[in-house]
Design a protein around this ligand. Sequence first.
Ligand SMILES: [Zn+2]
Ligand SMILES: [Zn+2]
Length: 220
Amino acid sequence: AMEAPPRRHRARYKGPAAPPWKETYRRRCMERLRSSRAKLLDRYRQAGDRECGPGALLVREVMEQEWQRLQEGLPGGPGEEALGQMLEEPDELAVLEEIQQELILQEQLVIEEYERSLQFDEECLNAMLDGLDASDKVICPVCRKNNLTVRNHAVFCQCGLYISTQGMTEEKLRALLEHTLTEHSHRCFHNPEFTVTCGMEEEASLLMSCPVSLSVKFLE
Ligand SMILES: [Zn+2]
Ligand SMILES: [Zn+2]
């Protein structure tokens, strides 16, 4: 019903004066489409991979609803004619088509924006998973930059951290770090810091501390 008429008709009938209801109708359609973003995206997701033409999701519905509203309340608005009948009249048809094109464009913009945000979410997720995959290494909690080197007898890092251990593995160390961090997070919202202590007599040990909790010496 809304196909474009042959071009010559359009040129011949398109008068210079737009009907008085045009601006109101255009604006209301646009507002309704914009405020129906959630509904539009629902339909888009439901449509899935099924091919649906441009503007097929919500534009027609929006135009019909606003047309009805226009007839109910605008002085000097279109009469009792239904939108379908209106489309038989060339002048109005041209106006309606112009508005329809604008709405279709708006609908496409919303969908493109949605697609971009989906892609962004996916990239974030992938980056996180990549991080986990790489995590058979243990990042040094002191410098937070280099991977720790874990040997049976010692844990050390390029930043200078060196702690003597016994029977240490990367797996054990990561579990220990995770446990300590998790345990701390259950009772405190602060971000703990890690430092290496080195007393005169005792060997170096790793210390976790935060502004409000007691320090925990957990690797010595
Ligand atoms: Zn380090
Ligand atoms: Zn704390």
